[in-house]
Design a protein around this ligand. Sequence first.
Ligand code: 3SL
Length: 244
Amino acid sequence: MSEAGKPIVEVCLTPALFYQYNTKESIVVAIDILRATSSICVALQYGARSIVPVMTVEESFQYKEKGYLIGAERQGSMVEGFDLGNSPFSYMEDKIIGRDIALTTTNGTKAINIANGSAGIVAGSFLNLDVLAAWLIEQNKDVLCLCAGWKNTFNLEDTLFAGALSQKLLPHFQLSEHRDSAIAAMNLYNLAKHDMYDFLKDSSHRTRLERLKIDEDVLYCLTPNQTLVVPVLKDGVLKKHSDW
Ligand code: 3SL
């Protein structure tokens, strides 16, 4: 926390830059709007007991043997042998109620894992924007918004969310000396907020997902405040903040 008393909010635009930040005293908000952190919010809202963010497909199968449901996305699609993919709608089904889930995705679950060693790790998405902002304000700790991007590159949708969240936090938080990424994210969000779906029409991940015909997923993931959960990671497991 800075000397002026207010905690700091910063934005890391890609996991490749994460090493530049010291997060020992900060809460890291992992952001993968399309679609991992959105689906994590949905799963916990719709009754999953916990989610383990897993790095590899192989590791996931070990969880299956222990009785977990397993979810995976590679190249946007579900992986053979898995119970679930990465669509938020698949995490609204009754079969997830009361279950522990192991989830592996290309970028989102990796971003959660690289933040290990931070003072706190939570999953952020438009789906939990307001409840997450209120929870972070209550914690009164420095916050780093970590955009998962795509394979270590920058993406627009995660940056828009980092901007939306930073803007909500700012009256209670302050920018750091390294503030330009947060300013850029907030400016982009303000440009996009009236129609984020249209703003993202030429973006890399929307283009990538086009062949999968999952526009409904994209629209839903851009809709603020559809869930009331803050997924908090402890000992490698994500649960609703109220369940810890
Ligand atoms: O990269 C990820 O973690 C995924 O969320 C990508 S996808 O939207 O499921 O293709």
